[in-house]
Every structure is written in C-alpha cells, then in structure tokens.
Design a protein around this ligand. Structure first.
Ligand code: ZN
Length: 62
C-alpha cells in the first residue's frame, strides 16, 4: 500500500544510482537533505531534497 502511494507521489521522478560520490544534487552539485527512505519494487530509495533546485531527488543504492 505504501508502495502504491509512493508511486503516485513520484510519477515522473528520476532515480539516481548512488555511487562512491557523496550525495549531491546531480544538477547543481549541492549537498542534499535527507527527507525519507521509501521502498519501490523492493528497493530502498532515498528521497532527498535539493534546497538549491527546490526539488526532490530520488537515489537508489547501487
Ligand atoms: Zn540542485
């Protein structure tokens, strides 16, 4: 149920693969604020927020 809600909440979100780099906005490289951790398709997804771009960035573990 949580997963369905999540998918509706983030229909067009890009998923970024977490790499060795620190968590930075893929667009402006600003450090991201942790919002929450969710599960999509049995994968842990970290919802982060870029204060610079004012948008959420979804990151999955590699
Ligand atoms: Zn940004």
């Amino acid at each position: 149920m949580t997963i369905l809600k999540t998918r509706e909440s983030y229909p067009d979100m890009m998923l970024y693969i977490m790499s060795d780099q620190p968590d930075c906005c893929p667009k402006c490289q600003t450090g991201l604020d942790m919002v929450e951790e969710i599960i999509i398709d049995n994968e842990h997804v970290f919802v982060k927020f870029c204060g610079e771009c004012q948008r959420e960035v979804l990151i999955v573990e590699d």
